[in-house]
Write a protein that binds this ligand. Structure first.
Ligand code: CA
Length: 396
């Protein structure tokens, strides 16, 4: 029990304790832990300059034993009433802070782990062909994204311009994307790095991955459809990727671990997860201008983050603290579980109806998209992930 006065159903209770970077007034950015609707100033609470930083990277690099030690110290500070007088002044109301990008992003990789999403996109982008490519069930498909354009939640998204060409068009044209979209994803933040040339085994996932956030992989479908063959996503994705401000540590997600779907065919040995069940039972919620348009279930993802990590390093590619990789669009089997407008509107054929009478196929200027998520915590509690939000600004 905490000595703080928290609602019993808060998704930011003692079982969660996610990390972020906050700034108050003209102060310098600092690392904090969220409890309820406050941020604990960690540098002051632990008297540790590791946390008087504008990113979590130094802490991430310290490794799992240290992550466990800090988490347990924070719990002690928030539960033992003897610390109340000293800690209370170090709790800053969320309303008084600005939350920044919590991690200086190293490399960024985006995967494609949802069978439903990959099948839906296959049907739309390659009509008449098999929805899944022949490699899809043998390896977690991914691409390297642009880490320099990973932005904090709340950063406006300028509509990208580029080459667009529908299949029936005789030639490409240039201009603002007409098919600007979102992808609701789960992000994984690497803490401990690895050595070049040495693969990271699937079972070592919790030694290397620190925690989980939410990702919106903004996507310009018209740019993407014209450019993606033969080398995959490029300018249709690289203009912006938004992440949520709170990194929920893996330690907070023990109750959320679930067995992933059965794999058929059985993957090669380095991708077999046996009892290392790193499926995660996050339920995402996607809101467009405040209206819920989808609730994608991450538990349905075919490939887990542990398999993705093993695959990403199996060639000897090394990890660095602050690397980020994302699950790929989370889409469940039902229409209301699709994690992109491309799927929700079926490539624009069936517009989404909004409660105010409006409809959408793809995003219009001024539209705001917010993705939130919760997962099961211990004793019937919920673990919250906060939100990743962004509004579309007109093309420049
Ligand atoms: Ca994506």
């Amino acid at each position: 029990m905490t000595w703080l006065d928290l609602p019993a159903d808060t998704p930011f209770g003692l079982a969660n304790l996610p990390y972020g970077v906050f700034v108050r007034d003209d102060d310098r950015p600092r690392v904090g832990v969220r409890i309820g609707d406050s941020v604990l100033d960690l540098a002051a609470a632990l008297d540790d300059p590791t946390f008087a930083r504008s990113s979590l990277n130094e802490f991430l690099a310290q490794g799992r034993a240290r992550w466990t030690e800090v988490r347990s110290r924070v719990r002690e500070l928030l539960t033992d009433a003897r610390h109340r007088d000293a800690v209370t002044p170090l709790l800053v109301p969320l309303a008084e802070v600005r939350l920044l990008l919590p991690v200086e992003i190293g490399d960024y990789v985006d995967f494609y782990a949802s069978e439903q999403h990959a099948s839906n996109v296959g049907r739309m982008f390659r009509p008449g062909a098999e929805p899944l490519t022949p490699n899809w069930k043998h390896l977690p498909i991914g691409y390297h994204g642009r880490s320099g354009t990973v932005v904090a939640s709340g950063t406006p998204i300028v509509r990208p311009s580029g080459q667009r060409k529908a299949p029936a068009d005789p030639a490409p044209t240039f201009g603002p994307s007409r098919r600007l979209d979102i992808e609701a994803e789960v992000g994984f933040v690497v803490g401990t790095g690895s050595r070049l040339g040495e693969p990271v085994a699937l079972k070592d996932f919790p030694e290397h991955v620190f925690g989980v956030c939410l990702v919106n992989d903004w996507s310009a479908r018209d740019l993407q459809a014209w450019e993606y063959v033969p080398l995959g996503p490029f300018l249709g994705k690289s203009f912006a990727t938004s992440v949520s401000p709170w990194i929920v540590p893996l330690d907070a997600l023990e109750e959320a671990r679930v067995a992933p779907p059965a794999r058929d065919p059985e993957p090669l040995p380095y991708l077999r997860d046996g009892d290392e069940h790193w499926g995660l039972d996050l339920t995402l919620e996607v809101r467009l201008n405040g209206h819920v348009v989808a609730r994608p279930p991450a538990a349905t993802l075919y490939w887990t983050a542990a398999q993705q990590l093993a695959h990403m390093t199996v060639n000897g590619a090394s990890l660095r603290p602050g690397d980020l990789y994302a699950s790929g669009t989370v889409s469940g089997p039902e229409r209301e579980q699709f994690g992109s407008l491309l799927e929700l509107s079926w490539a624009g054929e069936t517009p989404i109806e909004l409660p105010d009478g409006g409809t959408r196929t793809f995003l219009e200027d001024g539209d705001e998209v917010t993705i939130t998520a919760t997962a099961p915590g211990p004793d019937g509690t919920r673990i919250g992930f906060g939100e990743v939000t962004g509004r579309v600004d007109p093309a420049r």
